[in-house]
Design a protein around this ligand. Structure first.
Ligand SMILES: *Cc1c(COP(=O)(O)O)cnc(C)c1O
Length: 383
């Protein structure tokens, strides 16, 4: 350990980017990358050409980017109003802050609320790992509660008592994903009621990274709930994971704080141009969503035919696959083998919390996923 490094950092593990280079080396060349919930479709060539033209003719690489993001914020506000059927002009640029991926916004929210021993965060396991990872790198305590094993609803009794009992520092932020990753379920009525009853001293972060797939949003609540914020991203349905753009929708006072905390030029010019271009072409880009949802339902139905497997409802572009309890073994050997065999046959999925999170890809990829899972299970039977 380097002697000048904060002592608490020694025990943390970094977020493991996917696909990792060791994985790539161990499997065949043609990979089905179904482990990061990206869109399987690149931007259409005509849109990429337009962006290439922008890069060549408009962007001056010797100049700093637009650090105020005004044009992008206006375009986002319009999209958010439209997507929530909020009469336009209700949400404006003053309700939006943009980040280098929503990851940056998560970090800014943590800095603005909990840093310096002022607060802890509450998460319900399993969920998106970045909340915990980023909190710990900032020295912010993470309080974890469980979910119901069948429908993945948050254990609200445990959550409530964690809120009441956590002191020095108290819980300042509750992170929820709507729909959750890796379990793909939306917030239930009971969870919403609990969130609505939280004190205004507590920030509620609703991560809607998969909104375009779930088509259900809580931005309509923001007007009467100054302690709620909604996070969205361009990394999933908008096919822009490579450019790192996310945004936060919130009360103008909360936005002003996020603007204070962020780095001055957090978004490269090309990323701003990319986000604007995808918003302008959203009808085209989002027209693939219904296909993805159809493919998801087809894959889920096919996998459910196998008596060894269970797949719960999904409101997102991925499914969470588990083995039936009678196949389950305490060390997860069967699941690990299944994961491993998928990998060696060229399908990358995420093994997490006693299940596999599988992104919906192209129809060819999904057909291969199904075939390879069936083959791996047959294989494991005969071992
Ligand atoms: C993919 C994902 C994001 C997106 O993060 P970016 O930094 O915007 O790429 C955020 N939250 C959740 C829950 C996700 O699954």
């Amino acid at each position: 350990m380097l002697p000048f490094i904060r002592s608490d950092l020694a025990q943390f593990t970094a977020y493991k980017p996917h696909p990792s280079s060791d994985t790539a080396a161990a499997v065949p060349v043609q990979l089905d990358r179904l482990d990061t919930n990206e869109s399987p479709y690149d931007l259409p060539p005509e849109l990429k050409e337009k962006l290439a033209w922008t890069y060549q003719q408009v962007i001056e690489t010797n100049r700093y980017p637009d650090g105020g993001h005004e044009t992008l914020k206006n375009a986002i506000a319009q999209y958010v109003n439209e997507s929530a059927s909020i009469s336009s002009s209700l949400l404006t640029a003053a309700n939006i802050s943009v980040g280098n991926g929503s990851d940056e916004l998560i970090r800014s929210l943590l800095i603005a609320t909990c840093l310096g021993g002022e607060g802890a965060i509450l998460v319900a396991h399993p969920t998106f790992s970045m909340y915990g990872i980023l909190a710990k790198t900032l020295g912010i305590p993470v309080v974890t509660v469980d979910r119901n094993k069948d429908n993945f609803e948050i254990d609200l009794t445990a959550a409530q008592s964690a809120l009441e009992q956590t002191q020095n520092p108290p819980i300042r932020v509750v992170f929820v994903v709507h729909p959750n990753s890796p379990t793909a379920n939306c917030l239930t009525a009971a969870e919403l009621t609990w969130l609505k009853n939280l004190s205004e001293q507590i920030l509620v972060v609703i991560d809607e990274a998969y909104f375009e797939f779930s088509q259900t949003t809580l931005v309509g609540e923001l007007a009467q709930r100054p302690n709620w914020v909604v996070l969205r991203t361009f990394s999933k349905a908008f096919r822009l994971a490579a450019l790192r753009v996310g945004y936060c929708v919130a009360h103008p006072e909360a936005i002003a704080i996020l603007e204070k905390v962020r780095l001055p030029y957090n978004l490269p010019s090309f990323s701003i141009a990319g986000a604007l271009a995808t918003l302008q072409n959203r009808q085209l880009l989002l027209s693939s969503i219904s296909q993805t949802l159809h493919e998801r339902d087809k894959l889920k139905a096919a996998l459910c035919q196998n008596p060894k497997l269970q797949v719960t409802e999904s409101a997102a572009n991925f499914i969470f696959l588990r083995l039936q309890p009678n196949v389950f073994d305490p060390q997860d050997t069967t699941l690990k083998n299944l994961h491993q065999q998928l990998r060696s046959s060229g399908t990358l999925v995420r093994e997490i919390s006693q299940g596999l999170r599988i992104t919906i890809g192209t129809s060819e990829e999904n057909a291969r996923t199904f075939k390879r899972i069936q083959a791996a299970l047959t294989n494991l039977d005969s071992q």
